[in-house]
Design a protein around this ligand. Structure first.
Ligand code: E4P
Length: 205
């Protein structure tokens, strides 16, 4: 399973890219609005694209087909690794087909496979991923399943067990995947033992 980072934070993206932990980035208007401040969001996207080799999803804000296509084409000019993100609405489906015909890659969002957002309203978000995997496999559908709205490391494990192609994680969940109290305890113990050795060596001189 590939890991994407669901953020527009240049700091988090830079760290995760340098650590070789991510295969791409997803953004959305909310995430870009938080990061961009007074900057032009296209400049932020350009910077993100320069930090990662993989796909960087940039979402349109138009809600009509022509608007989405125009905006999608503009976004695609920002960098070669831009993937145009389109909401799952009727107009969006036509826009996806038109952009794809022009060779522009797309990522359909809000199609309600958002795991955490379904969990938040008392549903079992992971069922959508499970059903999509089975249906796509039954019919050899080539589109990749991107598990989004991941809230915690168990979501990542479950999505991987089901066979989602990609999980897009907020930076805090990626960092939680690296955290374990037993690691911290083990490291403390190793360092304490090592310091005892150093102290003994000093005392012996
Ligand atoms: C997906 O398209 C969104 O960018 C994102 O994964 C939604 O996650 P959230 O529910 O944590 O906002």
């Amino acid at each position: 399973m590939k890991f994407f980072l669901d953020t527009a934070s240049l700091k988090d993206i830079s760290w995760a890219a340098q650590a070789g932990l991510i295969d791409g980035i997803t953004t959305n208007p909310s995430l870009l609005s938080k990061q961009a401040g007074d900057l032009d969001p296209r400049d932020v996207l350009k910077e993100i694209c320069s930090l990662v080799d993989g796909p960087v999803s940039a979402e349109v804000v138009a809600v009509d087909t022509d608007g989405m296509v125009t905006e999608g084409k503009e976004l695609a000019k920002i960098a070669e690794n831009i993937v145009v993100k389109i909401p799952m609405i009727e107009a969006g489906m036509v826009a996806v087909r038109r952009l794809a015909a022009d060779g522009i890659r797309t990522n359909v969002t809000l199609c309600f496979s958002f795991i955490g957002r379904l969990d938040d309203v008392g549903q079992e978000g992971m069922d959508v991923i499970r059903e999509a995997r089975t249906i796509f496999d039954n019919y050899n559908i080539e589109t990749e399943i991107l598990a989004a709205s991941i809230r915690h490391p168990r979501h990542v494990v479950e999505a991987a067990m089901i066979g989602a192609d990609v999980a897009t994680l907020p930076p805090d969940v990626l960092k939680k995947l690296l955290m374990d109290p037993l690691t911290d305890r083990g490291l403390d113990q190793f360092l304490a033992d090592w310091n005892k050795l150093v102290a003994r060596a000093k005392a012996a001189v």
